[in-house]
Design a protein around this ligand. Structure first.
Ligand code: VG1
Ligand code: CO
Length: 547
């Protein structure tokens, strides 16, 4: 084996964000950049030494530009660092939930996932990398902090000289002393889905003329959706649109929301709309659920899934609990209360759910950012949520909209919206946050029209399992009537800063459940504007994206 130990100058900008390290493609292509971060992962998980004998890793990504090149580099570095075996998805492809599934199924010591999720791809776009631990989930902060520290102090990285592995052919190869198994990226994941949901009932629903449209947005879920939705449950060919993964996602922005999934939105709000629509993001962990002319907020989707859990065979025995990120609406809390199970409130980012799931304390987890999932893997899972909805629809035989109205009639409605202000200068965004925080001492007790401020805080979280503290997780302003405004800066962007404002109000009266969310939240939106001096500080008249 031609082992090379290459002298490296460390980088100081490799701090993982909400979900791994994300930078422009050109940054990752610069000399030694990817290598430095990968070596920092190996130095952290293998304690500066070579990998313990027999160590196996999983490797794959969302197929975006630079995916293949990065995979070849990481394989040669894994061989140089003493890894025994790498399972890599054919073509370098593994959706994030499928990678989690494979890590768990084959009990590997973790995996490396290449993705910048919903961020645009292509030579001018973004690239990303993250390490998932042996439980299949994103590394917790303790580990990402150690990787960051290692990335700043490395003096060398290890790589072997070797020809590239034939990623497109399923089979076993050797690279240096390491074995590489190129695996079918879909099969293990599709089998897991089939074990959780009532495919026969869904096939029957579709046989009865129920129509669906799934938009893979030219990202990683195309092959997964075609196998599961078209082949295994029998949706007609063409039910999956934009199903071929492309390195630049067809110039699109693979973020499944009302703004970026406009093709699907036009279909679902059009005259010939099918019964059910869904979309997924770049790496397959997010989902958007639509009925005919109807949008299900991700917070509501989590609550509906929890309330209907028993309809899916994989959850028929009941659930242990629910966890949601702090900015996610409290709709799921109401379901948890009724079911008599605990509901946990965590900081934003799936890594905070891992300990709770490993300890058996929660079954379902969700984020307002179109992320839903369960303990079947340790990532959020887009197609899982889609199948859960299809399973519910197959059993209840009601339109999506009717399911929501009945849900709200039973639990009340948490009216919800998120306003994003993207690509702000970092100082401006920081100024808005400082402006809000600066009023925390005086706001409680003060009134804005009918709204009286009950509390304000900067959310912090102590992990109930390992006791670790995460602070600075978002500024909350809570009102007497239970409504709430949250201000938070994104940790996934690569250009300037993104400010997110989360708005929530509760409506118990079914006569008012059909209101438009933006109208119902108008007063809160004005208060958010006023408290943060949003307009004068940002010069923006409206948000970049409303979800
Ligand atoms: C966003 C979402 C967060 C999600 C994260 C990763 O983070 O708000 O809920 O976990 O993306 O999702 P931020 O810091 O930009 O708000 V994904 O699909 O990129 O893995
Ligand atoms: Co994603």
């Amino acid at each position: 084996m031609n082992l090379k130990v290459v002298a490296a100058t460390p980088f100081d900008d490799q701090k993982p964000g909400t979900s791994g390290l994300r930078k422009k493609v050109a940054v990752f292509q610069s000399a030694g950049y990817l290598e430095n971060f990968v070596q920092a992962i190996f130095d952290t998980i293998f304690d500066n030494a070579a990998a313990p004998s027999g160590s196996t890793l999983v490797l794959g990504g969302d197929g975006r530009y630079y995916n293949r090149e990065a995979i070849q580099i990481i394989l040669r570095m894994a061989a140089a660092n003493g890894v025994a075996k790498v399972l890599v998805g054919q073509g370098g492809i593994l959706s994030t939930p499928a990678a989690s599934c494979v890590i768990r199924k084959y009990r590997t010591c973790g995996g490396i996932i290449l993705s910048a999720s919903h961020n645009p791809g292509g030579p001018e776009g973004d690239f990303g990398i993250k390490y998932n631990t042996g439980n299949g989930g994103p590394a917790p902060e303790k580990i990402t902090d150690a990787i960051y520290a290692a990335s700043r102090s490395l003096s060398r990285y290890r790589i072997i000289d070797a020809a590239g592995v034939a990623l497109d052919r399923i089979g076993s190869y050797t690279l240096g002393g390491m074995s590489v198994e190129v695996i079918d990226p879909v099969a293990d994941y599709a089998d897991l889905m089939e074990s959780l949901f009532d495919f026969a009932a869904i096939r029957d629903l579709i046989g009865g003329g129920f129509r669906l449209c799934f938009d893979a947005m030219h990202a990683v879920t195309g092959p997964y959706a075609k196998e599961i939705l078209e082949r295994r449950i029998g949706a007609p060919a063409g039910s999956v649109i934009n199903g071929v993964p492309l390195p630049d996602f067809g110039q699109g922005h693979p973020d499944p929301n009302l703004t970026y999934a406009h093709e699907l939105v036009a279909i679902m709000y059009g005259a010939a709309a099918p019964d059910f629509g869904a979309a997924s993001d770049g790496d397959g962990d997010r989902n958007m659920i639509l009925g005919r002319g109807f949008f299900v907020t991700p917070s509501d989707s989590l609550a509906v899934i929890a309330a209907n859990a028993a309809l899916a065979p994989g959850y028929a025995d009941g659930i242990a609990g629910i966890a949601r990120s702090m900015p996610t609406s409290a709709a799921a809390d109401r379901v948890a209360e009724k079911l008599g199970v605990p509901c946990f409130e965590t900081p934003t980012g799936w890594k905070f759910f891992g300990n709770l799931m490993d300890a058996g304390k929660v079954t379902f987890c969700g984020e307002e950012s179109f992320g839903t999932g369960s303990s079947h893997v340790r990532e959020k899972d887009g197609l899982w949520a889609v199948l859960f909805w299809l399973n519910i629809l197959a059993r209840r035989r009601l339109p999506v909209e009717e399911i929501l109205h009945r849900h709200w009639a039973e639990f009340g409605r948490n009216i919800y919206s998120r306003h994003d202000y993207e690509a702000l200068p970092a100082v401006v965004a920081a100024g808005v946050m400082a402006q809000v925080k600066g009023q925390f001492a005086t706001l409680p007790g003060s009134s804005f029209g009918d709204y009286r401020v009950k509390f304000c805080d900067d959310f912090s979280y102590t992990d109930p399992i390992d006791g670790s503290l995460s602070s600075g997780q978002g500024l909350r302003i809570g009102f007497d009537d239970g409504s709430r405004i949250v201000f938070r800066l994104s940790g996934t962007g690569t250009e300037g800063a993104t400010l997110r404002i989360y708005l929530e109000a509760f409506e118990a009266d079914p006569a008012r459940h059909r209101v438009d969310a933006q109208q119902a939240l108008a007063a809160l939106i004005r208060i958010a504007d006023e408290v943060s001096q949003l307009r004068p500080r940002t010069g923006r008249a409206e948000p970049t994206v409303i979800t």
